[in-house]
Design a protein around this ligand. Structure first.
Ligand code: SAM
Length: 200
């Protein structure tokens, strides 16, 4: 795994500034780099896989005026998560915290991203993968994200190194072994990213 020091990251990409609270699922160390990407590159279209109640979405929308479209994807409350440990995360009202935000669009289906193909999604500047944390889930979401991201766009994966959901780490490590370390971990956090040289 290639690890980028936080100071180096912020020198390269700027420091994400923010007011308000990060999501309980996304600590300060992980939201800050995402905000840095969006604020430095004035990103317009963002897709969040696994939007949950929308706490991260709200933080991004409240602090990044460049965002014109924010697509949040999740599953319906009755759905069964692939990993039993994730069942308690399924929101009763997905995206409720960004209700009324004109940039927000929600796609809530029984199987979330497994019901979607790139044709259902707009070309995106940044895609945050934070949905099904099983190996299949992370792998399929990576394929979907890579088919949806624009050339030069950024894919972020959350929960690398989180021992509660070890498949995330395993899938990213496997991809890096096969592809030659194109995905970077930001030091002292659970967020990985790739700047995509290929895209739509
Ligand atoms: C860790 S939570 C996401 C937290 C959120 N990104 C945040 O920062 O506040 C994981 C979310 O993924 C959703 N999820 C699980 N399986 C999914 C799937 N196949 N497609 C989309 N979302 C899924 C869960 O319902 C849950 O809301």
């Amino acid at each position: 795994m290639s690890i980028i020091e936080r100071d180096t990251f912020f020198k390269l990409f700027g420091r994400g500034t923010f007011h308000g609270e990060p999501s309980i699922y996304m600590g300060f160390n992980d939201i800050e780099p995402i905000l840095a990407f969006v604020q430095t590159f004035h990103l317009k279209t963002i897709i969040e896989i696994g939007i949950q109640r929308g706490a991260t979405a709200k933080c991004i929308l409240d602090n990044c005026p460049s965002v014109e479209k924010y697509i949040g994807i999740d599953i319906i409350p009755d759905s069964q998560t692939t990993l039993p440990i994730q069942q308690g995360e399924v929101p009763q009202i997905a995206g409720e915290l960004i209700k009324g935000y004109h940039q927000a669009e929600l796609i809530i289906t029984p199987n979330g991203t497994r019901d979607l193909s790139p044709g259902h999604l707009p070309v995106a500047d940044l895609i945050l993968i934070d949905g099904d944390h099983s190996a299949d889930g992370v792998f399929l979401d990576t394929i979907l994200a890579r088919q949806t991201i624009r050339k030069g766009g950024i894919i972020c994966w959350h929960d690398y190194g989180n021992s509660l959901v070890p498949d995330v780490t395993r899938v990213i490590d496997d991809l890096n072994t096969i592809e030659g370390n194109r995905i970077f971990l930001i030091e002292n956090g659970f967020l990985c990213f790739q700047i995509c040289s290929e895209g739509r």
